[in-house]
Design a protein around this ligand. Structure first.
Ligand SMILES: [Fe+2]
Length: 209
């Protein structure tokens, strides 16, 4: 510990403005301090791009979704124990009943922790966070329902849960097709539901037909 200052002094770059962009053989240049900084920066950028693309491709191949037009969502959605709120990365432990009127959640009923979490979290955002964002259903038979329980919260963003075959993926928040923007967003895979599309059943009691 007494020599920690010395250590940081040694690893800190000794850069000189006039030599900053000189080659790796010139002391005082960026290249001298950090060998192949440009390549490293490019690789870092490409890695980030690949990760984003892989996440997007994995999600698009594993689920279908749509952003409903403005003024088209009304009804009641009952979230049961075992459904998932991916914002909290949590399997629900108690029932939550959502009332939806004119695209917006107007009621969050429920006795347990899950209803309280949703109410309190949504209260931190503007009214658009209460609106419906996208809806759809999972298509990937290899996506595992229990995946979320196998990782720490910081090690997953729950994409696999969004793709579990037959889940009804309900979400709240921004919907640019309806002209609504907000930072609040819930993605909620709902299980054991029946989904009908233009009169045709596509998912029956949680099973893709
Ligand atoms: Fe989403």
């Amino acid at each position: 510990m007494p020599r920690i200052g010395e250590y940081f002094g040694r690893i800190a770059p000794s850069l000189e403005w006039s030599k900053l962009f000189s080659g790796s053989g010139t002391e005082g240049s960026l290249a001298f301090w950090f060998y192949r900084l440009d390549k490293w920066g490019l690789l870092l950028f490409e890695t980030a791009q690949m990760a984003a693309l892989a996440t997007l491709m994995g999600a698009t191949a594993g689920l279908v979704l749509a952003f409903p037009a403005a003024g088209s969502v009304n009804g009641t959605l009952v979230l049961d124990r075992g459904d998932v709120n991916l914002t909290f990365k949590r399997y629900l432990q108690s029932r939550v009943t959502l009332t939806l009127e004119d695209d917006h959640i107007t009621g969050i009923e429920g006795e347990g922790t899950d209803a309280m979490l949703m109410r309190r979290h949504l209260a931190a955002f503007d009214r658009n966070a209460l609106a419906v964002s996208h809806v759809g259903w999972g298509m990937n038979p290899r996506a595992r329902y229990e995946a979320l329980s196998l990782y720490g919260q910081r090690d997953t963003n729950g994409t696999e849960l969004r793709c579990v075959a037959g889940n009804f993926l309900f979400s709240t928040g921004a919907n640019e097709f309806a002209g609504r923007y907000t930072e609040g967003h819930f993605d909620i895979p709902v299980f054991n539901t029946t989904i009908t599309l233009d009169g045709e059943v596509v998912v029956r009691e949680g099973v893709v037909l």
